[in-house]
Ligand binder design. Structure first.
Ligand SMILES: Nc1ncnc2c1ncn2[C@@H]1O[C@H](COP(=O)(O)OP(=O)(O)OP(=O)(O)O)[C@@H](O)[C@H]1O
Length: 879
């Protein structure tokens, strides 16, 4: 904390507890506070615990193994001496790990569980691994159960088998169990008990197939008819809903999606489904005749068959699934498909589909029963698609010597203070008090003027004070909003760099729960300025060339990359300068969005910018439709509902990532495309906030013809680096001051009605490159996030009703309309992810082909073609 206060000559200022005009000055840096709770939650604490347990495991292993060879001598000593004498005294033992090793091993083996003590090494090991890796690699509860069983069984078995041996094979526990059981059921009974327990465990673990060879097995029916859903145990464990075929419709018991789930009758199942399958699915498999119909669902992307679950996994399922075995429940019709790759052990998500494999005489049961376990459902986790994604580490960033405290010359501070006082005195302005706050780039001198002094007088002396201090970039804030003081910002002779690394490492950023946290820089009092882009909700940046805009954009982008998973955020990058954002090409498959069919995700061509902006507008409209259908008001509520699986992906619902549009040189776009760019930007700025689309627009030339009133009105948050004139400053901030900045990341942020001076955090190009490389080297999505297609009206004008030039999606649209029998443009939009214009044109073409009737205003058009075969004939005729 580099906060210094200068004392005034006035006596009252010397009072130790004089009220400071600026309580902020005295504010402690909150980063220093370390709360125990946070410490416990801290990843590093977990890693330390992990290392501890791993070492404990190794320690026990060495001690135990050594004990196997040295027990005879060491046991003697352990018996001979008291614990105190043994541990503190000077007894010589042979155990590799000394007296403690001998003592611990003796207690584990002799007084404990004998050779089964090695189970503790295993247990410490799994705890250690779980802590270090930071996730449940080993299931602890399952292993605890195995441990308890293992300790009892192994110690007792060893005591029984080695009865009378000198070495404590079974330990005190084994001997006691053996003694009691032998007395109770005799030696033979104990042997049988141990065999039963041993075999039970083996069967439970490995589930051997005890098939009696001669047993007549009723010939099973051929494998399921449904082409997309073969009935195999693998499918049974698939976490993705599978389609029910058309034939199932005839047997629907409940068209509204209700499901009756009945455990199978053991006799019915026994001969046709392998034992394992029956056991696994006993909760969900039902005889087809009893099953209610679940409406067919679209097949999910092909999922690799899962290996069969072993009994442990089933056991886990049972533990985790408190749901009843028999229940009748409405299936929430809007259940999204589970994410791929699928999580093992997610019985709640299993959509099991079984085709009755044999008919009875009346051929009654030829149907597919689709059963969906209904409660409870795991929340949908969009990040599971890239479940192994690792967030970039802070080690990829540089400190830029930011940790070195740049000590300001106190002499200089004193000199400046005196100069300010003298200059004001020259104009007959006396002051009560003056204090200084040293920031990274400027020092703020706060003045409390004497009673009766008019603030405007001090304000008018800006140039004189600058002259007297012979410094550039002096800014006078009169008064400082919210305080009864006047601020004079004077550039420091020695400036310190604010490294992005320090900001990202700060507690405020690390613990932030903001939707889109951006670490912008440090305030004058060295407080970190971290804001939520989602709340801003857009950012307009201006600054003359070379003043830090590009660094500023990188700072924002890198902050977001450090906090967001690729499933949660997509960038649309517009870079007319072609070089500034090209580094981000590496993260195309993780974080970038682009137009379908485009090669490059970073847009440099003005024409493509227009298409992309319009595509974003379409995406915005589509998102609003989705929000409306879901009965939600914003992306947060919508995504919350979707992750709770209360929205049906079959109806077009999907998890909506935030989209951040970054335009590096807006002026260039406006010069070349004018209104064509301005209009979609203004639309997005006005409306896109609620649907999670946010804009960061930067420009070198903040003139009124570029930052028009429409644009300005929709960008409440604005950032100004140094600009060349007061007029530019007024254009961007509605107030002068940005022309007084000193460059190199010195900036003014106007946000929430406040104007704050910040030193922008610095991140260098090689750092951005290594972050992008780190992300880019990881497995990404198959392609960038695709925006909806946009077809320029101008490209198609005059052709639309000519069938020869019909839209490439014509056939697909016709099929959608005929299958659903709804002549609705918005249906086409949603199903095919199209913009309104294109869907409207397609509808007109369908009308010309006689597939739908004429436009009926707000009502859907009539569908004139009633079956797909009829449609096929029409399409063939059109060829
Ligand atoms: N926050 C910062 N801290 C320290 N130095 C900075 C900071 N931001 C920028 N600089 C310095 O200023 C130089 C120019 O910055 P930058 O490239 O971001 O300017 P620009 O406004 O994007 O310029 P142009 O419009 O010409 O691309 C950087 O190379 C760096 O040396």
């Amino acid at each position: 904390m580099s906060k210094n206060k200068l004392k005034n000559e006035k006596p009252e200022s010397k009072k130790p507890k004089a009220p400071t005009p600026n309580p902020e000055v005295l504010k402690k840096d909150k980063e220093a506070e370390v709360k125990v709770k946070e410490l416990v939650k801290d990843e590093r604490t977990h890693k330390v615990m992990g290392v501890f347990f791993l070492l404990l495991s190794v320690y026990c292993f060495i001690a135990f193994t050594s004990y196997l060879f040295t027990w005879e001598d060491d046991q003697d000593k352990v018996f001979r001496y008291t614990t105190r004498e043994l541990l503190i005294g000077d007894v010589k033992v042979d155990n590799l790990l000394g007296r403690l090793g001998a003592y611990v091993s003796h207690n584990f083996f002799y007084n404990g569980v004998g050779i089964a003590a090695y189970l503790f090494c295993y247990f410490f090991f799994i705890i250690g691994v779980n802590f270090i890796v930071g996730r449940r690699v080993f299931r602890v509860w399952r292993n605890v159960k195995y441990m308890i069983f293992g300790l009892l069984f192994i110690s007792m078995a060893m005591a029984f088998v080695t009865n009378g041996a000198d070495f404590p094979w079974g330990g005190a526990l084994g001997n006691a169990l053996d003694k009691w059981t032998s007395g109770f059921i005799g030696k033979t009974g104990t042997a049988l008990l141990l065999l039963v327990a041993g075999f039970s465990w083996l069967i439970w673990k490995f589930n051997f197939d005890f098939k009696w060879p001669e047993k007549k097995v009723k010939p099973p029916k051929p494998a399921p008819v449904a082409p997309a859903a073969p009935v195999t145990p693998a499918v049974a464990s698939t976490a993705v809903p599978t389609p029910a075929p058309e034939t199932a419709k005839g047997n629907a018991l409940k068209g509204d999606g209700g499901v009756v789930v009945i455990p199978p009758h053991p006799e019915e199942e026994e001969e046709e489904i392998p034992m394992q399958l029956i056991e696994k699915e006993e909760v969900t498999v039902i005889p087809a005749a009893h099953a209610a119909y679940v409406p067919p669902v679209t097949p999910p992307p092909v999922a690799a068959p899962e290996p069969e679950m072993d009994m442990d996994e089933m056991e886990e399922e049972e533990e985790e699934d408190p749901g009843p075995l028999l229940y009748v429940e409405e299936v929430p019709e809007d259940l999204p498909p589970a994410p791929t790759p699928k999580k093992k052990n997610q019985p709640e998500e299993v959509a099991f589909e079984i085709k009755e494999t044999f008919k009875d005489e009346e051929d009654e049961v030829e149907e597919l029963a689709t059963v969906r376990p209904v409660v409870p459902v795991d929340p949908y986790d969009p990040s599971l698609d890239l479940r192994d994604y690792r967030y970039p580490g802070l080690d990829l960033l540089e400190n830029h010597n930011a940790d070195k405290v740049v000590v300001q010359d106190t002499g200089e501070l004193e000199k400046n203070k005196n100069q300010i006082i003298d200059t004001l005195k020259n104009y007959d302005i006396s002051i009560q008090k003056i204090s200084a706050t040293v920031g990274p780039t400027v020092t703020l001198y706060e003045i409390v003027p004497a009673a009766g002094v008019r603030i405007s007088r001090i304000k008018n002396l800006e140039d004189d004070i600058a002259l007297s201090l012979s410094a550039l970039g002096i800014r006078i804030i009169a008064p400082i909003p919210g305080k009864g003081t006047i601020g004079i910002e004077v550039p420091n002779v020695k400036k310190s760099i604010v490294s992005l690394k320090a900001l990202l490492a700060s507690e405020k950023f690390q613990n932030s729960t903001m939707d889109l946290p951006i670490a912008i820089g440090k305030k004058i009092d060295n407080e970190n300025f971290i804001a939520d882009l989602a709340k801003m909700p857009h950012l307009l940046m201006a600054g003359a060339t070379g003043q830090g805009k590009s660094v500023g954009i990188n700072t924002l982008l890198v902050s977001l990359l450090y906090k967001k998973h690729p499933s949660q955020l997509k960038f649309v990058l517009v870079d007319p300068k072609k070089v500034e954002l090209s580094l981000y090409k590496l993260i195309e498959k993780h974080f970038l969005a682009k137009l379908p069919g485009e090669e490059d995700a970073i847009i440099t061509d003005t024409k493509k910018v227009i298409h992309t902006l319009n595509a974003l507008c379409i995406e915005m409209d589509l998102r609003y439709d989705l929000l409306k259908e879901a009965g939600t008001r914003n992306i947060r509520e919508y995504n919350a509902k979707f992750t709770q699986r209360r929205l049906n992906p079959q109806k077009g619902h999907r998890y909506l990532p935030f989209i951040v549009l970054v335009v590096d040189e807006f002026a260039d776009l406006i010069m070349t495309a004018g209104k064509e760019v301005e209009m979609p930007i203004a639309r997005l700025a006005q409306l896109a906030r609620a649907v999670g689309i946010h804009l960061i627009i930067a420009t070198q030339r903040p003139s009124v013809n570029i930052i028009t009133g429409t644009i300005k009105a929709n960008f409440p948050a604005r950032v100004a680096f140094k600009v060349s004139s007061k007029i530019d400053s007024r254009t961007i901030l509605d107030i002068g001051g940005a022309e007084q900045l000193i460059g190199q990341g010195d900036m003014l942020v106007s946000f929430n009605g406040e104007l704050v001076r910040l030193q922008c955090a610095f991140v260098d190009t090689p750092e951005v490159e290594s972050v992008a490389e780190f992300i880019g080297n990881q497995k990404g999505y198959p392609d960038a996030f695709l925006l909806p297609e946009y077809v320029d009206d101008k490209d198609t004008d005059g052709k639309e009703l000519s069938l020869a030039d019909r839209d490439p999606l014509f056939e697909e649209a016709a099929q959608v309309i005929v299958q659903t029998q709804q002549g609705s443009t918005s249906l086409l939009q949603r199903r095919m992810k199209l913009g309104y214009n294109r869907a409207g044109r397609l509808m007109d073409q369908l009308e010309s082909a006689g597939i739908v009737g004429p436009n009926m205003g707000s009502k859907a058009r009539d569908v004139l073609v009633k079956s797909e075969s009829e449609l096929q004939e029409i399409l063939n005729d059109l060829l």
